[in-house]
Design a protein around this ligand. Structure first.
Ligand code: LCS
Length: 401
């Protein structure tokens, strides 16, 4: 398989399967639910694993397979499995590694639905979870028990952008024989490769930067051959959150421009973060590319750049934040991130609403936190839009005052 040492080349070529029949440049979409066997013997040989080949769409599809090979190449893992959503990947990956009586150490802030799965559903299934501040090594170590099996985190964390040291986490996991799982959605494989730092399993909501165009829901898990085979033969095959061939094709297409898109997302986000940090109506900006940020020292070490998503707090009330967001003209009020369009949302009432108020406070997600996925528009237009909305908010405040 072709692989360069340059990510810009790999996002286009690594893992590509040559179309032997017609030489199509673009990956063919195998829109089929099942595959015809030459005879009964062939069918049973495929089921028994004695012959390579496709069987049935839920067990594998050539278009999906190409996406998996491409993602394994980009994350520097042996294998990958594709899913019909990021949550499909999160739940299948966790449940393939957990059973009743097991314990998970997870970071205190996580994407809202991942938190809901672990905090609401897992206890019903007899799986315990401890949520800890993963910037604190001693706190992680203090939570590990006899029955701990998995350590799970995001970095940077959705939505507060806290950065966690992956080498430190991988070291603890190895010492205690835990499976380490990192959700790498915010960074994409262009900016961060957790497997190279010793992490076992890497998850993406492919809905975000990997696809990049706001038209697909999908997920990916990358890891060793053994781990991915286990997931494919248990929680993917039997719970069935598979991706469609069409959606796999759209992600493959998105990957081809991933490195140029991510580069521009990072440039724009850096400029927007600096603008917001200097603005008198903004109380704080969470963006790892700012020297004031807790994770700044890991830029260039763990992650190549700070990414395209940031969060900030207006110096004012919840109502002021609402006025500001409703005054935006270019940025769309929408959840999701990593699309060409700048998207803005309010985590406490939207993506992180599965958290109770006290849980949100413990996770460092304030009521006035706003998350902005900085898009690919001209950065001057984005900054002008933010400026006019902040001016509008301040004018309204003066009128009310
Ligand atoms: N992991 C992270 C870090 C996410 O941000 C999301 C979705 C998921 C997993 C789940 O992926 P999905 O099933 O949606 O493909 N995050 C969202 C967000 O921040 N806004 O809307 C969805």
């Amino acid at each position: 398989m072709f692989k360069s040492k340059h990510i810009e080349t790999n996002t286009i070529h690594a893992g590509k399967v040559k179309d032997k029949q017609f030489g199509a440049l673009s990956t063919p979409i195998y829109q089929t639910s099942t595959f015809i066997f030459d005879n009964v013997q062939q069918g049973s040989a495929r089921f028994m694993g004695e012959e390579e080949g496709f069987i049935y769409g839920r067990l594998g599809n050539p278009t999906v397979r190409e996406l998996e090979q491409r993602m394994a190449a980009l994350e520097s893992t042996e294998e990958a499995a594709a899913f019909g959503s990021g949550m499909g990947a999160v739940s299948a990956t966790l449940l393939a590694n957990l059973k009743k009586g097991d314990h998970v150490v997870a970071s205190s802030a996580l994407y809202g639905c991942t938190f809901a799965l672990m905090n609401h559903k897992f206890p019903e299934m007899g799986i315990e979870v401890s949520f800890v501040d993963m910037t604190n090594e001693a706190e992680i170590r203090s939570q590990i028990r006899e029955n701990t099996k998995v350590i799970y985190l995001e970095t940077p964390i959705n939505p507060n952008l806290v950065v966690i040291d992956l080498e430190m986490v991988a070291k603890i996991a190895k010492e205690h024989d835990l499976v380490s799982i990192v959700d790498n959605t915010f960074m994409s494989p262009v900016l961060q490769n957790p497997a190279r730092l010793g992490i076992d399993l890497i998850i993406h909501s492919a809905t975000k930067y990997l696809n990049g165009h706001g038209d697909v829901i999908a997920g990916i898990t990358c890891g060793s051959k053994e781990q991915i085979e286990n997931i494919k033969l248990t929680t993917l095959k039997d719970m069935g959150a598979i991706i469609s061939p069409n959606d796999a094709w759209l992600i493959i297409r998105g990957l081809k421009t991933l490195s140029v898109r991510v580069e521009r997302h990072c440039e724009n986000a850096q400029r927007v973060a600096e603008f917001l940090e200097a603005h008198p109506s903004v109380k704080l900006v969470n963006y790892p590319g700012l020297p004031s940020h807790q994770g700044y020292s890991l830029i260039g070490k763990q992650m190549k750049a700070a990414g395209g998503t940031l969060a900030f707090e207006i110096d004012g009330t919840f109502d002021d934040a609402v006025t500001f967001m409703n005054s935006l003209q270019l940025c769309s009020i929408a959840v999701s991130l990593g699309d060409a369009e700048s998207l803005i949302q309010h985590p406490a009432s939207m993506t992180h609403s599965p958290y109770e108020e006290e849980e949100r406070a413990a996770a460092g997600i304030s009521e006035t936190l706003i998350r902005l996925s900085v898009g690919l528009e001209n950065v001057h237009d984005i900054i002008s839009d933010l400026t006019q909305a902040l001016d509008h908010m301040n004018n309204r405040l003066r009128q009310v005052g």
